[in-house]
Write a protein that binds this ligand. Structure first.
Ligand SMILES: [Zn+2]
Length: 228
């Protein structure tokens, strides 16, 4: 059995040879040979996975010493086309064809603001507790250095009853920290956005405000679509 490098068509007799070849010859590869097979995701699909990232990142944020340090989140079934669509145009995007693995990293202040655009949410990187006035956040920069948030997609194969099921798994790794904050007008507004606030509807039912207020950017797209 021959192993072919999908990036340059060189042939090897062992899998480990093609892996080594790709590692050395195509280290910074961004080309996805099967890109044409990946469907353009719908707006709803994208929103679902953007929101999943935001919610799962925020779940790792807390307000005590246990919530400080390296964190990792895993999404077990994550469509490849969504990952490619979200991260493909980033400078740090890489594809390893032999391993069927994509990666993308974001660093420092620049990375934080880029992720605001990619996740389409201004406040993706922190949570605040108004009672204790503490904030838990994804650490991207402090007085010492810059830190990274990494996203990795890999194909996993599950076998059950002689049937194989291939699915993509995403891992997101980052560092968290927490600290006190001072209250001001801006923070008050943040709380309003962040915390699910009970609201009374016409039917006197208690409902909860959406945890993810749609940002102006997304609203803009929606309005544009409605105007068509
Ligand atoms: Zn090659």
């Amino acid at each position: 059995m021959a192993f072919i490098c999908k990036l340059c068509q060189k042939t090897y007799s062992l899998r480990k040879q093609v892996l080594a070849h790709e590692r050395t010859k195509h280290r910074n590869n961004k080309i996805i040979p099967h890109l044409h097979l990946l469907l353009q995701p719908s707006f709803e699909q994208l929103t679902t996975y953007q929101d999943a990232f935001i919610i799962l990142i925020k779940k790792r944020l807390g307000f005590n010493r246990h919530s400080v340090g390296s964190k990792r989140l895993l999404i077990n079934v994550f469509p490849e086309n969504i990952f490619v669509h979200l991260f493909q145009s980033e400078p740090s995007f890489r594809y390893n064809s032999a391993l069927r693995k994509y990666s993308c990293t974001f660093k420092g202040v620049e990375g934080e603001s880029r992720l605001k655009q990619i996740l389409n949410y201004e406040h993706w990187s922190y949570r605040q507790d108004p009672k204790t006035k503490t904030t838990g956040y994804v650490l991207l920069v402090n007085y010492e250095e810059s830190y990274e948030v990494s996203f990795i997609w890999m194909q996993a194969e599950l076998i059950e009853n002689n049937r194989s099921f291939q699915c993509g798994t995403v891992t997101c790794a980052f560092i968290t920290d927490s600290g006190e904050f001072t209250e001001n007008k801006e923070n008050e507004q943040l709380f309003k956005n962040h915390i699910a606030t009970p609201e009374i509807t016409n039917n006197n039912q208690l409902i909860y405000r959406h945890i993810l207020p749609r940002s102006p950017l997304q609203q803009l797209i929606l309005n544009q679509q409605n105007n068509k």
